[in-house]
Design a protein around this ligand. Sequence first.
Ligand SMILES: [Fe+2]
Length: 267
Amino acid sequence: MSEGRIDFHNHIIPGVDDGSKSIEESLEMARQAVESGISQIICSSHLNRRTWLPEYDEKVSKALIQLNEALAKASIPVSVQKGYEIAIDRHLSPLQSVFHAGLAQLPVFLIELPMMGTPLYMLTEFFEIHVNKYRVILAHPERCIDFNSKKEDFLRAVEMGVLIQLDAGSLTGQFGRAAKLAADWFIKNKAAHFMCSDAHSTGSRSYLVYKEAIKILNEKYGNPVTEKLTVTNPGFLVKGEFDKIDTVLPEEKNLLSRILGMKKKGN
Ligand SMILES: [Fe+2]
């Protein structure tokens, strides 16, 4: 691997959301991230209607500065930039925010859907954001409870330029069989662009899950797929080269075995 992995979905900033509880925990998370091959982190602290305030942004910024100072002092070779995970809300668009809610000051929003169900206005909202020259990255759609009935909507979203980010925990099965199958569906349908940690702690939702997900991706789909989801595409993202970001396809041997499998079924 020539370049390091880039993780832009995590809750490593201490004391601002349900992620890291302390600077010590954040440092340990960063150590685990480095062990997983990560060299660059963009945090994605939760942003919702309740926290959409300049004071919250200031709190995150201050904690970020302290974390970067502590990382340098502890000689942990990873840098952290600011970003948010935005809970979609039909009454509040990220376009109207009083501060930049994008990832690393780029014109791109990381958006999460309600776990309870995919809202009807999803595609309209994404269209509106794109018209305003921002891009949407959809966070872990494979974990949506109504995924099976919304597959067509997700494919339409990808067609209109929405980028899809899968969670490491979905690939390892941490979020259940349905999320694991859905993550596979996104990859097999050329509708996955990134895999991120969504790490919250050093406990059950840590960077160790990310490390395990890397292993699973390599075994199941091959190293080029893993590299595209964790190195190449995030690399284009941080450079703002959104048009170079592409979907992944499993290695040919997997495709062949699928074709052979289909033929067998047909017999
Ligand atoms: Fe998250």
